[in-house]
Design a protein around this ligand. Structure first.
Ligand code: M6R
Length: 612
């Protein structure tokens, strides 16, 4: 969603800001803008559409080289996609400029009051109110910018990641955060502020994660952090362990393909140092503070969104079958409305690649408010969810840029397998079973490498099927969630209508859809429900339907039944979803590419969904 970049220091701000905006493009946006100062001179431009459109406008300013500026990519919430609504926003006198992520809930009330005092508004956004409010407070009593920002924030209700500058003092920048990510990169005599670590990495790996309600005032060689009550806050920078190379596309045509190719490595990184094969135990240091409580839980609630939710469903099957703990999985967006019943000894696991998904965060807060144990599986180090959960497991897979969750999904599945063993071994899982699962998990990356060799074949298959407008994805038990994952991916990447179903449900409705124009993709490895899935295939074929199957290597029977088959290597039943992911991701990717879509930035979608 919206992205923020700010720079203050000794270097030329504009190239750093533009570079930052380009890095943030993957998050999804519809317009962009920038303001930079050099003394009294100002560059202030906005453009609808791609950052490249803004770049063209900025280019016209030729040699401008100020040392301070702020920039933004907007994903419309309040008001349409127009230049006027794009950020930065400014007040009546065009001195204060700011960029904002989040929502000002009481903006209308404040706006009405400001209009009464003579302020004139040009946009439909909630954000513009902040610019006028800060202007009003600063100019009326001639107070410092940081004081005006603090006083303004005391008056608003809502969420914000905020960066404010004042043309009259081009050596100062004020930033603030409340439930919307904002990271402060600390360089030598310079600061880079961004809503996403990837936009900072090129300049520095030394970062400070602002907490909710904190404000920082930055001057090129110093910074000060305080809270909304003006109390000083001490914070030292931490090292960000993400590698800048991981955030580049390299020779791949798309991030999505690169990230699918990184799936084996992602699993290696997520399980590295976490397998105690000799004792059949999972070593999850991030859970050590809650290990006693976790071993006593009565029930685990898993909350997440999109693909992370689907990972949670697979986790439900794993944990219930092997750890014997009841699991309930919810769309995080439903938790606060559903009024779930939390027992005293229940725990909530939130799963999120970005660690910033607003709905997942809200579910987490709900659980915290009810006083139950919380834990997380998160990729983005220092993200809000990672800091708000009591304990957790980091994915360690580096940035994922493509909007589709690919390497992050398989990483989450592998961590859920580890968690199954972690909890299971405390709940009576045998040493032999613990060893078996971990041993097989350690072999998964090599099996995924083998699967990558199928890329050309899957591309050819995708090209043949790219003309169909509908798909039915089906699977049973562990691979029912994978039917949902396959359908979700082809929907978001290739804009193909697809239904994901548990195979057993076929006869209760979806079978009516089957004809020669509605292909089915059936996930049918040789597992405990193999024969049942075979029956489903026969039923579809009897009705003239087309079937693509994902089967187990060496299964010749299935080849004779279906139209096309993709083979995966044999593994433990509970780990088949990890292997199944890769062909499902490749298939969706190639259909999307064949149809000519921008698979890294599908329409209307954002990588990190930071609003409800
Ligand atoms: O960052 P998160 O894991 O919390 O994101 C959750 C979903 O928004 C995400 O998985 C989304 O469904 C992906 N685009 C799916 O590929």
């Amino acid at each position: 969603m919206c992205g923020i970049v700010g720079y203050i220091g000794k270097r030329d701000a504009i190239p750093i800001l533009m570079d930052g905006l380009k890095t943030l493009e993957y998050r999804g946006y519809d317009s962009a803008g920038l303001v930079g100062f050099k003394g009294e001179e100002v560059v202030f431009e906005k453009a609808v559409g791609r950052v490249a459109n803004l770049d063209e406008k900025i280019d016209k300013h030729g040699g401008f080289s100020g040392n301070i500026g702020i920039a933004h990519t907007r994903w419309a919430t309040h008001g349409g996609v127009t230049e006027l609504n794009a950020h930065p926003h400014t007040g009546c006198n065009q001195n204060i400029f700011l960029v904002h992520n989040g929502i000002i809930e009481n903006y209308q009330k404040i706006k009405d009051k400001l209009i009464e005092t003579g302020h004139r508004f040009y946009s439909e956004t909630d954000t513009e109110v902040l610019a006028h409010l800060i202007e009003e407070l600063r100019d009326k009593d001639n107070i410092l910018l940081e004081d005006a920002v603090r006083l303004a924030l005391q008056k608003i209700k809502g969420t914000y990641g905020l960066v404010v500058v004042d043309k009259r003092n081009p050596y100062k920048m004020v930033i603030a955060r409340n439930f919307s990510p904002l990271i402060l990169g600390v360089g030598k005599d310079e600061f880079i502020v961004a809503s996403d670590a990837t936009a900072i990495l090129r300049s520095t790996s030394s970062v400070i994660y602002l907490n909710d309600g904190e404000i920082a005032v930055l001057e090129p060689d110093k910074y000060r952090i305080f809270n909304i009550d003006n109390e000083q806050v001490d914070r030292t920078p931490e090292e960000l362990d993400w590698d800048i190379e991981t955030a580049k596309k390299g020779d791949f045509p798309h991030y999505m393909l690169k990230e699918i190719y990184e799936e084996p490595e992602a699993i290696k990184n997520s399980i590295r140092g976490r397998l105690d094969l000799e004792n059949g135990k999972a070593v999850l240091g991030g859970l050590s503070s809650i290990k006693e409580d976790l071993s006593k839980i009565d029930r685990l609630h898993i909350s997440a969104c999109g693909t992370a939710y689907i990972a949670g469903l697979v986790g439900e099957y794993m944990i219930e079958e092997y750890a014997g703990v009841p699991v309930e999985v919810d769309y995080a967006s439903e938790v606060r409305y559903r009024k779930p019943i939390f027992g005293k000894r229940d725990a909530m696991l939130t799963i999120s690649q970005s660690g910033e998904t607003a709905d997942t965060l809200a579910a987490l807060y709900e659980a915290k408010e009810k006083g139950i144990l919380t834990l997380g599986i998160v990729n983005a180090v220092g993200s809000t969810i990672s800091r708000e959960t009591g304990a957790g497991v980091y994915q360690h897979i580096g940035p994922e840029i493509g909007v589709a969750s690919t390497k992050s999904f398989v990483s989450q599945l592998s961590i859920l397998a580890l968690l199954t063993v972690y909890i299971g071994r405390k709940k009576g899982m045998s040493l032999v079973m613990g060893k078996r699962i971990l041993d097989e998990l350690s072999r998964i990356p090599e099996k995924m490498e083998r699967l990558l060799k199928l890329n050309d074949g899957i591309k050819e298959l995708a090209n043949r099927y790219a003309g169909y407008n509908n798909f039915l994805y089906m699977g049973r038990k562990y691979n029912f969630p994978m039917a949902l994952e396959g359908a979700l991916k082809i929907k978001e990447i290739a804009y193909v209508h697809a239904e994901g179903y548990a195979s057993g449900e076929m006869k209760h409705g979806p079978i009516a859809l089957i004809d020669k124009n509605f292909p089915s993709l059936i996930i049918c490895p040789q597992d405990s429900v193999y024969e049942k899935n075979i029956s489903n295939i026969e039923e579809i074929k009897a009705r003239g339907g087309i079937v693509i199957a994902i089967g187990t290597e060496g299964d010749d029977r299935i080849r004779n039944l279906v139209d096309d088959v993709i083979y995966i290597p044999k593994t433990l039943e509970m780990l088949t979803p990890i292997l199944v992911s890769l062909p499902l991701h490749l298939f969706a990717y190639h259909v999307g590419v064949k149809k000519g879509y921008d698979v890294d930035k599908p329409r209307n979608l954002a990588k990190s969904v930071t609003v409800e």
